[in-house]
Design a binder for this molecule. Structure first.
Ligand SMILES: NC(=O)c1ccc[n+]([C@@H]2O[C@H](COP(=O)([O-])OP(=O)(O)OC[C@H]3O[C@@H](n4cnc5c(N)ncnc54)[C@H](OP(=O)(O)O)[C@@H]3O)[C@@H](O)[C@H]2O)c1
Length: 251
């Protein structure tokens, strides 16, 4: 039985990835930051798959001082639920965003995006890789915004670009353990991202859809399937790649 850890599995793309992994017979440790109830609903859904177990743990990627105790909780869950000391897959998905122009940007905004999407993701990976099996796999969530320049996404996009570069370095450093490290760059995807900016501004949806080759915005499931496939052995010869999953955004 394979085991995956999915950060930010309580919502959006992380939830879709966790559900898809469950459908493929993979057990899941998913994390939430604010919404324990949503995370527990995902756990229940995953456990409808025969023989598959799931558990939800609290993780705030901005609170690095809690990573030691988070790792202890992981060790405990692995032992108690699966009688294991290792897991197979890590999906670094948890993240925040939302537009903010350079002229209006506060240090607080910068630190929040930086500490969640970049620093937190990197230090969590450092903390957890000792427990990933040799031959395991990591997927980092970057963003198509890393190669675009929509006003308001300068910090978000540049930090996702940094995470994309970091993915390559991590792939090299973990290669001796045959751990593959890749990234997925979603294009516009209909989730609660940016405090529900897409639902608050439905007028953005049509123009965004028209920017994609396939004429629609991505769904969380579009991403969940790619993440599950990329983690799997079918992609065993693929490492250090960042794959855009956007239906051809701005093609
Ligand atoms: N949606 C898009 O268009 C899009 C495009 C490009 C890239 N992405 C990337 O895809 C990933 C998932 O985004 P999404 O669209 O699915 O957004 P979402 O629906 O807002 O979900 C974000 C997830 O991250 C968790 N999270 C938020 N702050 C956190 C923190 N401080 N520590 C740990 N976890 C935290 C949330 O947990 P709680 O809900 O429990 O607080 C939630 O589970 C992100 O990395 C995002 O940058 C999204």
């Amino acid at each position: 039985m394979k085991i995956a850890i999915v950060t930010g599995g309580s919502n959006g793309i992380g939830k879709a990835a966790a559900l898809e992994l469950g459908r493929r017979g993979i057990s899941v440790i998913l994390t939430y930051n604010s919404y324990k109830d949503r995370a527990e609903a995902v756990v229940k859904e995953i456990e409808k798959n025969k023989g598959v177990r799931a558990v939800a743990l609290k993780l705030d990627l901005t609170e690095r001082s809690t990573f030691d105790s988070f790792a202890q909780m992981i060790k405990l869950s692995l032992k108690e639920i699966w009688d294991r000391t290792t897991f197979d897959y890590l999906v670094n998905n948890g993240g925040v965003g939302g537009p903010c122009s350079i002229s209006e940007m506060s240090e607080e905004y910068f630190d929040k995006v930086m500490n969640t999407n970049y620093k937190g993701t990197i230090f969590l990976t450092k903390q957890l890789t000792p427990f990933i099996v040799d031959g395991g796999s990591i997927v980092n969530m970057t963003s198509s915004s890393k190669s675009q320049s929509f006003p308001g996404y300068s910090v978000y996009g540049s930090l996702k670009a940094a995470l994309s570069v970091w993915t390559r370095y991590a792939a090299k450093e973990f290669a001796p353990r045959k751990i593959r490290v890749n990234a997925v760059s979603p294009g516009p995807t209909h989730t609660n991202f940016g405090d529900g900016v897409m639902d608050k501004h439905p007028e953005f949806l049509k123009p965004l859809a028209e920017q994609t080759a396939f004429g629609r915005i991505g769904s969380p499931d579009d991403l969940g399937k790619v993440i599950a496939n990329l983690l799997s052995d079918d992609f065993g010869w693929v490492t250090a790649q960042d794959i855009e999953v956007s239906g051809g955004h701005l093609l």
